[in-house]
Design a protein around this ligand. Structure first.
Ligand SMILES: [Zn+2]
Length: 315
């Protein structure tokens, strides 16, 4: 028996045949032209699944199901992508359309939920029962794995951990509220903090790092210069880590996870980031008094988290 995992992204659609043990036996996919209608794209996905099965001579009866990870507001109960800002999709019954095109049962969830499931089943979260995943990218995505299960909540919408308010009078968030965690802990927030610090500190090493071009500065700039001892960069990184730890302490208090898994661009800093976050959590007793300790880990499935987690949806 194999399981098909589909990872729908802003640029590519990636598919994989996955065994129950999480081994990828075949990959397929294509670059998406989002000027095509949403229906045309789903029809192309159906075709690509059918031709991959044909190529590997796999009968439909040998497929346990098709799991789909998709960015946006996904109702996993109805199988409908209600709205995806990234893909410009509205009210698209993806599950029904894929099932019709392939004759195979399908399931969908949002991309952060799917990444959470991938890490919990096959990745760095494998030995844990209670996990929180945060993807630190353009925004902050969140996934919850509680009591050995993916937590999807009402309508299967998942957890919008990025939109927890940490300062009601704080920075504007993309969602329209003020002071969301995302406005402080995303890679975008780090980039903004980095550029603000550069404008204030014209002598900072960060200017050299970006060859004098402020627009080239991103989250990595401050981390790289912080490692070289640049004071302004160290301040940015330390402030960013304070915000990130502050949010994580809230999640520790609410969900009592055994570990927090960090993914997305900023997590590429690995121990340089996680050691500092763990230190801050420890200083605050992981939230409340006598709270069990919480590990801070970095996702280790990389680009495969999407397809593996999607396949796990139907296992
Ligand atoms: Zn928000």
């Amino acid at each position: 028996m194999i399981y098909i995992g589909l990872d729908i992204g802003g640029t590519n659609i990636k598919g994989a045949f996955v065994t129950k043990e999480g081994k990828i036996t075949h990959r397929f996919g294509f670059r998406v032209d989002y000027s095509k209608t949403q229906e045309e794209i789903i029809s192309l996905i159906g075709d690509s699944i059918n031709s991959a099965l044909k190529e590997k001579e796999i009968e439909k009866e040998e497929v346990g199901g098709i799991g789909i990870g998709c960015p946006g507001s996904i109702n996993s109960k109805t199988g409908i992508c209600e709205y995806s800002n990234n893909l410009n999709w509205f009210d698209l019954p993806i599950v029904a359309m894929i099932e019709k095109a392939t004759g195979i049962k399908a399931k969908i969830s949002n991309d952060a939920n799917v990444a959470m499931l991938g890490e919990a089943k096959f990745g760095v979260g494998k030995k844990y029962h209670n996990l929180v995943l945060l993807t630190l990218g353009t925004g902050v995505g969140g996934g919850l794995y509680l009591n050995d299960q993916l937590y999807e909540g009402e309508e299967g919408k998942g957890a919008e951990l990025g939109h927890m308010v940490i300062d009601p009078d704080g920075k504007e968030c993309t969602c329209g509220m003020k002071g969301c965690f995302e406005a402080y802990a995303s890679a975008t927030a780090l980039k903004n903090m980095t550029q603000e610090a550069m404008e204030k500190h014209k002598d900072s090493l960060m200017w050299k790092q970006v060859e004098g071009d402020l627009s080239k500065a991103n989250g990595i700039t401050s981390f790289e210069c912080s490692k070289k001892g640049d004071k302004a960069a160290m301040e940015v990184v330390s402030k960013y880590e304070d915000y990130l730890a502050f949010g994580i302490i809230n999640y520790c208090n609410i969900f009592r996870p055994e570990a927090i898994i960090l993914g997305g661009g900023v997590s590429s800093q690995k121990e340089y980031l996680t050691d500092e976050i763990e230190k801050r959590l420890k200083e605050k007793n992981y939230g409340f008094k006598r709270t069990p300790s919480v590990k801070v880990l970095v996702s280790n499935l990389g680009n495969d988290a999407g397809v593996l987690g999607a396949a796990a949806l139907v296992m």
